[in-house]
Design a protein around this ligand. Sequence first.
Ligand SMILES: [Fe+2]
Ligand SMILES: [Fe+2]
Length: 222
Amino acid sequence: MTNKITFEDIKNSKEIRTYIKQADESLRVMGFTEHSFAHVTKCAEVAGSLLHDLGYSDHEVELAKIAAYMHDIGNVINRADHAQSGAVMAFRILDKMGMDPKDTATIITAIGNHDEATAYPVNAVAAALILADKTDVRRSRVRRNADIHTDIHDRVNYAVEKSELVLDKEEKTLTLFLTVDTNVSAIMDYFEIFLGRMKLSRRAAEFFDLKFQLNANGTVLL
Ligand SMILES: [Fe+2]
Ligand SMILES: [Fe+2]
């Protein structure tokens, strides 16, 4: 028996919430930026609306939101290979909930293909997740006790006052608009740590036949 599992069901799952919370707690101890509900909910919104705006079905939008919400749970096991361990965890959870194997397959494919070194936009949900995840840069991801002088990730995230991913269907572009406080961080800092992410975003945008652009403080940099 398979059920139609909705994004709402996933958000209301105490089990999934437990893993998200515990995974973020480990990352906090290790000094990583916020990877909790704010991050995964934002990824779900961005991935879902991107697919919606590109004309994908409501069902595919729902799958993208579920994949995005669950994409970082593997961090509860270890940061290394968290995409793959998270995909296996998601398989067990969704299978147990009675999700249609076709839908489970789409979701675990996306989760298993989201992390930098092994990421690949193998389907629309995976491509949308990569774009949502890799473009989530913002001041509120920096933890309260972080030292922005010594940690470049914290500094760059802290410097980003505003970030927005904008789709232009006419121009066939997907642009990440950043407002960067250059008193906190130089734009070069951003490139130093985010070049890999930007390359990946470009590849994911190409899946949709879009050109990925980066616009920082009004200047197109990429
Ligand atoms: Fe991740
Ligand atoms: Fe993430």
